[in-house]
Design a protein around this ligand. Structure first.
Ligand code: ADP
Ligand code: MG
Length: 588
């Protein structure tokens, strides 16, 4: 065996494996370079998800021809003038990106320093392929063509152009959030998908993610032990079926760090169901010597010297803000006494008969609120449904007869053996799901045509997912078609839903489909999707019900399987036995 030093071309290709995993990583590296060069406007152009072409143009400092040649050499960087990695404030510093990309594609580098002539330099899969004068404004343009065309091993792992495009969009969004002072455009296959002017961070985040964040977001800014947390996070009621709109930054560097994601989740732990996720853009600032950014070639992971302090900052900071905003979102009722609220309609034979449903406060979730965007609890207003006077003997229904409604959210019923409280949204959601299941097992779910077809604008990747599932969704009674690149045209909705917010339904379905991917069987997918649909057809918390409607709901619950728990696994009703009421009042 003879040991040899590898030729630089091969070294670069090996490095490319780490630095350039897919088009989105090349986009990230090139945009970071543009930002490091002091650009005030950056234009990104892609074809076929970046597989055919990635072009990044900036108006930054530019490079001289000599610098351009050096930039394409491995470990050549202008960003570590004093060898101190800890003190680095630029995005790059490893000097790997350009040579790595150039080794797995055809790379054209054009650049011009102010007052000088422009220059063009072409490298084809690691081989110099000519240079010449070029005319361009001050700044730099990098064009990457045929990425991985000659690297079949890599090509195999690439996803569809659609999926690669979605990842590129995500990379651009992250950097555009980190640097809201820089203007960005992104063109994909000739269409402008991002176009943002310089602004402040909250404005930029809202422009890139969701205009609604203006209304449903909370500004965060807190400091603790020299660490700072700033940014925007959504109210618990403004959530998504997928954790894809969570953007995290450490010292303004976009990261995908498990510690930070975990802390974000922890902050919402008892405010959101497990399968719902907040929207957030959070910026953590720590002193340079408290964090190591050089633990990953793409620099998307970091290592903190004191992880617990960072976690504490995030959980504490978010909790404080969320608690303070509690009145804006879902107020949480605390159950004062640990009495036996029983929830046993679904109890199967052999299960512990003394089973006690976890108190909502203990299950760590706020019942009825998860997935409900418009729910606003108002315990202050006068009860709307008139109480049924409890004079006649109570008929023997397991869930009793409705006596009234509390907070337009809970039905209070009297049963022979106690007091029953029903979470109307959770319960109804379950009933709709069971109805849809019954209907779809006997063929397709009935549709209800909309009087006017509705156009719903969505992210392009979301539209792609919905479009791919049009057949399945049709079986569930949702009839729609693609309507241009970033909209769907909805013609009919599932009849069991009744009137529904079509836009919210589609957004959630798209997120659901993204999460499910194609891993599940059609049957299982249908079931998941049906659950998402059911959630939208439900009587919302906050809707005033008549006594007849309340009793109708109770009777349907009694005959519907699994109606004792909602689609998120929480109880739909609890019962306080007479004996327990007596205990509460010290009569026993
Ligand atoms: N868009 C650009 N504008 C000006 N200089 C650039 C640009 N892109 C790259 N460079 C120069 O090329 C060098 C090498 O870039 P790169 O391979 O990405 O490594 P790094 O960013 O880690 O330094 C940079 O340090 C910088 O001096
Ligand atoms: Mg770089």
């Amino acid at each position: 065996m003879s040991i040899r030093r590898l030729p630089s071309e091969l070294v670069n290709r090996i490095a490319a494996g780490e630095v350039v995993e897919r088009p989105a990583s090349a986009v990230k590296e090139l945009v970071e370079n543009a930002l490091d060069a002091g650009a005030s406007a950056i234009a990104v152009r892609l074809s076929a998800g970046g597989l055919d072409l990635i072009e990044v143009t900036d108006d930054g400092s530019g490079m001289s021809p000599a610098e351009m040649r050096l930039a394409l050499e491995r470990h050549a960087t202008s960003k570590l003038p004093d060898d101190r990695i800890e003190a680095v404030s630029s995005f790059g510093f490893r000097g790997e990106a350009l040579p790595s990309i150039a080794s797995v594609a055809r790379l054209t580098l054009e650049s011009r320093v102010r007052g000088e002539e422009g220059w063009r330099l072409v490298v084809d899969h690691g081989q110099a392929a000519g240079e010449e004068p070029a005319s361009l404004p001050t700044g730099t343009r990098v064009r990457v063509e045929g990425l991985f065309d000659k690297v079949p091993a890599r090509r195999k792992f690439l996803r569809s152009p659609r999926a690669e495009y979605a990842a590129c969009l995500d990379a651009v969004r992250r950097l555009a959030m980190a640097r809201s002072d820089v203007a960005f455009t992104l063109d994909h296959d000739g269409r402008k998908v991002v176009n943002v002017q310089a602004s402040d961070t909250p404005g930029r985040v809202a422009a890139l993610l969701d205009r609604e964040l203006d209304r449903h977001g909370l500004g965060i800014d807190c400091t603790r032990d020299g660490l700072r947390l700033a940014g925007v996070t959504s109210l618990p009621t403004f959530n998504r079926g997928m954790a894809d709109h969570q953007y995290l930054f450490v010292n303004n560097r976009p990261v995908k760090d498990r510690l930070l994601v975990g802390a974000l989740r922890a902050a919402y732990r008892d405010l959101l169901a497990r399968d719902r996720h907040p929207v957030a853009a959070l910026f953590v600032e720590v002193p340079g010597d408290e964090v190591d950014i050089n633990v990953h070639p793409a620099k998307t992971e970091v290592r903190f010297r004191d992880p617990a302090a960072v976690r504490g900052l995030i959980v504490g900071g978010l909790r404080a803000a969320l608690d303070e905003a509690g009145h804006r979102s879902a107020a949480r009722e605390q159950f004062a006494a640990a009495v036996n609220w029983q929830s046993d309609l679904d109890r199967r034979p052999g299960e512990n008969p003394g089973h006690v449903a976890p108190l909502p406060a203990e299950t760590g979730m706020a019942p009825a609120f998860a997935g409900v965007t418009e729910a606003k609890l108002d315990f202050g207003r006068t009860p709307a449904a008139r109480a049924e006077p409890a004079v006649a003997p109570v008929p023997s229904f397991p869930l009793g007869v409705a006596r009234g409604q509390v907070a337009a959210t809970y039905i209070v019923a009297e049963a022979e053996d106690g007091l029953v409280i029903v979470d109307q949204h959770a319960a109804h959601e379950r009933l709709v799901l069971e109805r849809m299941r019954r209907a779809s097992s006997g063929g397709t779910v009935a549709r209800q045509a909309l009087l006017m077809p509705e156009v719903v604008e969505l992210d392009e990747p979301d539209c792609d997912r919905l479009e791919a599932a049009v057949g399945e969704l049709g079986e569930l009674g949702l009839e729609m078609e693609r309507f241009g690149p970033s909209a769907m045209l909805v013609r009919a909705t599932p009849a069991p839903l009744g009137k529904t917010d079509v836009r919210a339904l589609l957004t959630d379905l798209a997120a659901e489909l993204a999460e499910l991917g194609t891993a599940l069987s059609l049957r299982d997918r249908l079931d998941h999707v049906a659950a998402t649909i059911a959630c939208h057809g439900s009587v919302r918390a906050g809707r005033v019900l008549s006594v007849a409607e309340m009793n109708g709901l109770l009777r349907e619950m009694e005959v519907t399987p699994h109606s004792g728990q909602c689609n998120h696994g929480r109880p739909t009703w609890v019962k306080l036995a007479h004996a327990d009421i007596e205990k509460l009042f010290g009569r026993r």
